[in-house]
Design a protein around this ligand. Structure first.
Ligand code: AMP
Ligand code: ZN
Ligand code: FE
Ligand code: FE
Length: 288
């Protein structure tokens, strides 16, 4: 267990639990510092901030952005951005629009494979959230086309599978600039998902201004953490840590705070944010 977890999802995107519940669970598990990092939305932050205040937790405003680097899907975590800023919210609205179009296309492809879905059911499952593949997966399970969400990804929705559809994204350099322009810092999320040899991508992202690397992630073993940590030290990058909690209970998932993130490394991460003038526990969560 750790005192900090800076990669959490809520029902504002594809997490299972509402922001207030995620914050409460974090507090119950003994965490002191957290970031909610929903995909393409800051819509959960106001509720999270209120809950964090009530629970006496420090909340760093966060976001997770998907970007394309060639064929690789690069996820970037933005911390401490000014979520009330209009250009940021316009960009996020454009990203969510792209997700709607993509979902329509995914449903078409699934129908071509004899798995018709009622698209309004997919949107109903997503509710107020930024709609994503996990919501389609749930609809597939519900209709009995697959046995589990994981199976839906393994056969149909996962990267490179038949119903994996692209959507418009920013190149990483532009996403990094977008976060910087709004006062935030950019950390490269879960590098191991980029490629087995992820260092060339990290080199490139560092050149484009990324500030740090997510080093203390989910189920990483000591050796993996050390590899990331040494890369960061070698290149003058900061390090962050998070569980990428969605509440789905998939095999490799971890609970909130169940990550290899030493307390002194948590403090170091927070010190980096502070040095950059990042304010935390912002009540104005912006609206999505
Ligand atoms: P989206 O944002 O719609 O592209 O969906 C991305 C989300 O889908 C991730 O945050 C994961 O929760 C989930 N996901 C992506 N790939 C897989 C996979 N291969 N297996 C299980 N879940 C996945
Ligand atoms: Zn997600
Ligand atoms: Fe991610
Ligand atoms: Fe994530």
């Amino acid at each position: 267990m750790t005192i900090g977890d800076f990669h959490l999802h809520t029902t504002a995107s594809d997490g299972v639990h509402p922001p207030a519940a995620v914050v409460r669970m974090a507090a119950e598990r003994g965490l002191r510092h957290i970031a909610v990092t929903d995909h393409d939305t800051t819509g959960g932050l106001a509720e999270a901030a209120e809950a964090a205040k009530a629970q006496g937790l420090q909340l760093v405003p966060g976001i997770e952005l998907s970007t394309d680097l060639g064929k690789a899907d690069i996820h970037l975590l933005g911390f401490g951005l000014d979520v009330g800023a209009k250009p940021l919210q316009e960009f996020l609205a454009w990203q969510r629009e792209g997700r709607l179009g993509r979902t329509r296309r995914i449903v078409e492809i699934l129908a071509e494979h004899d798995m018709p879905l009622d698209i309004s059911r997919v949107f109903e499952i997503a509710g107020d959230a930024t709609v994503g593949r996990p919501h389609v997966a749930q609809a597939l399970v519900e209709r009995g086309y697959v046995g589990s969400v994981q199976e839906a990804f393994d056969i149909w929705l996962g990267n490179g599978k038949p119903a994996d559809v692209d959507r418009p994204k920013l190149p990483p350099a532009e996403a990094i600039a977008m976060v910087h322009d709004h006062g935030g810092l950019v950390f490269i999320a879960h590098p191991v998902f980029i490629a087995d040899d992820y260092e060339p991508a990290l080199d490139q992202l560092r050149d484009w201004g990324a500030d740090g690397v997510e080093t203390f992630y989910k189920n990483y073993d000591e050796e993996t953490v050390e590899r990331h940590r040494q890369y960061a030290v070698r290149h003058g990058l900061a390090t962050s840590g998070g569980s990428d909690y969605h509440g789905l209970g998939n095999p490799d998932d971890r609970e909130i705070g169940d990550i290899p993130f030493p307390d002194d490394e948590v403090r170091r991460f927070l010190a980096v944010l502070e040095e950059h003038g990042v304010t935390t526990n912002t009540a104005e969560g912006g609206h999505a």
